[in-house]
Design a protein around this ligand. Sequence first.
Ligand SMILES: [Fe+2]
Length: 369
Amino acid sequence: MEFALKTRVVVGAGEHEKLGTYLSWRSALIVAGRNVQATGAVEAVEASLKKAGITPVSFCEAAPDPSLDLVEKGTAFLKENAPDADGIVAIGGGSAIDLGKAIAVMAANPGPLAEYEGPERFPNQPLPVAALPTTAGTGSEVTPSSVLTDTERQYKFLLWSKRIVPELAVLDPTLAMTAPRKVRLAAGLDALTHAVESVLSRASTVYTEPLALKAIEIIGRKLPQVVLGQDDPGAMEEVLVAANLAGLAFSQTRLGVVHALALPLSARFGIPHGLAVAVLLPQGLKFNLSVAQERYQKILASFGRQGDLAEVIRDFSAELGGPTKMRQLGVTAEEIPAMAKDASGSGHLAVNPRFCSLEDLEAIYQAAL
Ligand SMILES: [Fe+2]
């Protein structure tokens, strides 16, 4: 058994304006999207870095589902405009943070990036990363993964390395409250799925299970308020912490069949990751039920609800306005065999509590259609 922590986590309203005080770098590349730039967050972080004697250079072209080409573009930008950067500051949702991690790898490695798919595949130590999530969901601020899109192959590509776990995570609810409600919903359902799959993982341990169950408890209590209720920094902070706890848990345990099946949905149909996992989670739970009944009871107890877990989760998502069927997201049956084949290569399947054959993967897709 092993449990490794690397990230210093700072939590609180307004903390992003103190970022410079937590870093001992001389220069930094900021990676963010234009939507985050428009909120003023990039400017505030730049000011904080300058005040601490750190020279910032900003690359504000992060986009959802970052492609391998975008990583190359960001790396070329860094080499031209910030060749002496001591680290990367990534501000945004999981996509911007994953892009920042990939640029950190490519700044220090010869490439090509396509050869680094899978666990621990690049030779050199990447630049350190400081992550400021603007959504409460992916947990990317503490995880060893970076999900990239190979647009040519319509394929989701995973970098997985302890060396890309950020050194610093700043959980600031004032940043997360800039996210629109439908983004909050997708992100929150992603965090819930991380926590549930981590509890069910074959690699779950006495260290990770309490983190994941606590995340489930907080999301059950607070996500409805964050998605449907009045804006409240306290509630948003709790959900940010829950997503972070779930990220810490799954960074150790990996995930399961739901995440294996979700990546092809996003790669082929451009479906936001949180909605893809949300629509698949109930059917993934039905598939795993026979081997994990005791853990389902623990999850229900933490969630504060009773009944059939798959139905409880489906109803929770539907009450918040989430999708319940893949068809609602534009998925067609013809793509199922190809998606199942892509999913069958996922490393997450190795820790799913029940063995999944290719036929099983197709059957779960069919049931979720
Ligand atoms: Fe996820």
